[in-house]
Design a protein around this ligand. Sequence first.
Ligand code: HEM
Length: 123
Amino acid sequence: MFRTAKRDVALNGQQIREGDRLALWYLSGNRDAQVLDDPDQFIIDRRHSRKYLSFGAGIHYCPGERLATMQLEVLWEGILEQNLIIDVVEQPKRLHSNFIRGFWLFSHRHRFDLVSDANSAVT
Ligand code: HEM
């Protein structure tokens, strides 16, 4: 995503001119060492954990955030209920993107381990 500067401004020692197009680097923002302790660690209960930038910030904040988080909730509930096991069969290849931290190749086999559930029901 981009923004266009409406006026000249100096920011963190960089001169930005009116009309310059600026790329938003959300991934870096979520790992900003000036804001977060241990920015590269996955700390689910970190202080200010709701202040991540994955859905943007300010006037253009993602209006689909509630839908997206609800979909993720349903997905994770399904995965956990059915005990989905994913076996990675090849080194995954990462996507080169300033927006999505993902993979373009993720070879895997998956199965649902319902046996352990059945066992726990009879013990
Ligand atoms: C995990 C899923 C999603 C992620 C990570 C995501 C992320 C984002 C981000 C970072 C922005 C801000 C862009 C900016 O600052 O210019 C944005 C904007 C937007 N998102 Fe999402 N989004 C997701 C799902 C959705 C869904 C499900 C919808 C619609 C149903 C949606 C609709 C929009 C729209 C219309 C904007 C533009 C808002 C504006 O420019 O004022 N997004 N999204």
